[in-house]
Design a protein. Structure first.
Length: 163
């Protein structure tokens, strides 16, 4: 693992940094179990039925909740909802209140999501695949709404090897 490897890795990191992603608040659970986290690796992956994928770093408490309950919400952020970034950035431990001071609405399944976001999607889990240091979950979009006049936040990393 010498200089060649280090140079290749640095080049990969610079290139990966240019892959843009959105900024989302992923929420799951109901009542006192409800939680949320900042997510950026989300991609639409189907039209009929509408579907998306979301990647979660392995070991996040929200992963168990999503697998167990089979539903989650995804709130799509815009410029006016930037304040949610800091609140949800680190994620929350199991049982730790995630929505203190945050105005929320609930999906048809009772999952809270922040109303400050300009759009939200209600999703039903289709399955998860372990991948690298992340788990990729695929889901059918079964509900949602949004305001087309607002533009979603887009994130470009400084380094392709870290958030």
């Amino acid at each position: 693992m010498g200089t060649d490897h280090d140079q290749r890795r640095a080049g990969i990191g610079r290139a990966l940094a240019h892959v843009p992603s959105g900024l989302f608040i992923l929420t799951a659970g109901r009542g006192p179990q409800a939680t949320g986290m900042l997510a950026s690796w989300v991609c639409q992956c189907g039209f009929e039925p509408p579907a998306l994928t979301v990647a979660l770093r392995r070991g996040r408490p929200i992963e168990d909740l999503i697998r167990r309950e089979g539903v989650f919400c995804l709130a799509i952020l815009d410029d006016s909802s930037r304040s949610l970034l800091a609140h949800f950035a680190r994620g929350f431990e199991a049982g730790e209140p995630a929505f203190t001071g945050i105005a929320t609405a609930q999906s048809h399944d009772g999952i809270p999501y922040p109303v400050a976001a300009h759009a939200h999607l209600q999703c039903r889990l289709l399955g998860c695949a372990d991948w690298s240091d992340h788990v990729v979950c695929g889901a059918e979009v079964i509900g949602g709404d949004g305001r087309l006049e607002l533009s979603p936040l887009v994130h470009v990393r400084k380094n392709g090897f870290s958030y």
